[in-house]
Design a protein around this ligand. Structure first.
Ligand SMILES: Cc1cc2nc3c(=O)[nH]c(=O)nc-3n(C[C@H](O)[C@H](O)[C@H](O)COP(=O)(O)OP(=O)(O)OC[C@H]3O[C@@H](n4cnc5c(N)ncnc54)[C@H](O)[C@@H]3O)c2cc1C
Length: 376
């Protein structure tokens, strides 16, 4: 019996635990560790922030996991030794035969001076949920949605937030008294796909939302409500919604697993440079975007590697980096973007215009995960 210890019960950790429990419950014992008591889809943060759903509607409690091979522990990971595969948590010590790091990316609002005092962020659960009560008080002036670091999860989310803000303001009859701008360090919304970028830019233009590409805000002055850009420009705001700087969780940085801030992996198997230590999801520097569906696919690849090894089968196919992303356009319409990052010579994608039918498919996507991960 192999003891597989999975650190982090997000998109990656939940998928891996589920696959192992389904396929090899008699050969693998899984310990799944997370500091929180529940999982929330990244996109559900927007649903709560814009008042579509309540916080209780979107939480999935880990106590409901009743998979035969999986034991969930709500503990904070305090140290990781990738050489001995020993993990120390707030609740004990675990010695793993196979260790999988799926701890995601931490958000660092303090890295942008003035953000905490003079703006809001919507990437943490707390930040997004708190905005539910703030947004209805924004009646007039200039809203800025800004990406504050070079790497960030869900490249579409800032644009989704802008279009959902547009809707909220229209519903409240306040759109004419307001402006909305999105600032990003990237040259286009989705640089690998002119088609998806074009679709998003058209959606912004239809709604009178400005896009400032290659624009990085470095500091906010809460007293004057002015944001400073790296290139010397300044911009005033009345409502500032930031995507904070991302970094690997401190416990991962301290473990020696990172190089240049993130965990390098063999992106065909998600093995790290340490034997029997794997890493998936936002915490790695794999050449794919940081999104939940990609973390899920990576976890599926690690599951295939481990299952085949336990069964004595050949190594599985390499990870292809294929995924379907759903993009909110407001008004309940959702677009679909199918990406393929690693199977061809360069990444490619297909964009499907927003529709209510795709919105239904997104709902089904969430319901399927909720059933698979949380129900036996
Ligand atoms: C606003 C927003 C919208 C998004 N929309 C989408 C979308 O539509 N589609 C999509 O695919 N992705 C979306 N994402 C991105 C998606 O949420 C992430 O990419 C995904 O969750 C990454 O999965 P992961 O398993 O790597 O990490 P996570 O899901 O972040 O899980 C990491 C887990 O590790 C735990 N953890 C961290 N440190 C410790 C510690 N020291 N001790 C114990 N536990 C710890 C955390 O509590 C967390 O549960 C969105 C994100 C945001 C913020």
């Amino acid at each position: 019996m192999q003891h597989v210890v999975i650190l982090g019960a997000g998109f990656g950790g939940l998928e891996l635990a589920t696959r192992l429990s389904e396929a090899v419950p008699d050969a693998a014992r899984v310990t799944l560790i997370d500091k929180t008591d529940s999982f929330v889809f990244g996109y559900s943060k927007l649903d709560v922030m814009f008042g579509r759903l309540g916080a209780d509607d979107v939480r999935m409690y880990y106590r409901d996991i009743t998979k035969p091979a999986v034991e969930f522990r709500q503990e904070t990971i305090e140290s990781i030794d990738p050489v001995t595969r020993r993990v120390v948590t707030s609740g004990g010590t675990y010695d793993a035969d196979v260790l999988v790091v799926a701890l995601g990316a931490d958000l660092d609002p303090a890295a942008t001076p003035g953000l905490i005092e003079g703006g809001y962020e919507f990437y943490t659960e707390e930040g997004a949920f708190a905005l539910r009560d703030i947004l209805p008080t924004f009646d007039r002036g200039d809203a800025i949605i800004s990406v504050l670091g070079p790497f960030f999860k869900c490249p579409a989310a800032p644009f989704e937030a802008a279009m959902m803000l547009h809707d909220l303001l229209e519903q409240r009859g306040k759109r004419d008294a307001t402006t909305i701008k999105v600032l990003s360090p990237m040259p286009k919304p989705i640089p690998i796909s002119p088609e998806a970028s074009g679709g998003i830019l058209a959606g912004l233009a239809e709604r009178g939302i400005e896009f400032w590409p290659e624009s990085v805000i470095t500091a906010l002055d809460p007293a004057t409500k002015t944001a400073s850009l790296r290139d010397g420009r300044e911009i005033s705001y009345d409502l500032f919604l930031g995507v904070p700087v991302h970094r690997a969780p401190a416990v991962v940085e301290a473990s020696g697993l990172t190089v240049d801030g993130w965990i390098p992996v063999d992106h065909t198997t998600f093995a790290t440079s340490f034997p029997d230590v794997y890493a998936v999801g936002d915490v790695t520097s794999a050449p794919v975007p940081r999104v939940g569906v990609i973390a899920e696919g990576e976890a599926g690849t690690v599951a295939d590697v481990l299952i085949n090894r336990l069964r004595g089968d050949d190594a599985p196919d390499a990870y292809k980096g294929r995924a379907t992303c759903y993009i909110e356009f407001g008004g309940r319409e959702v677009a679909r973007f199918d990406v393929d990052f690693l199977s061809g010579p360069s990444p490619s994608g297909t964009f499907n215009d927003p529709s209510l039918a795709i919105a239904d498919a997104k709902k089904e996507f969430g319901a399927t995960r909720r059933r698979r991960w949380f129900e036996t």
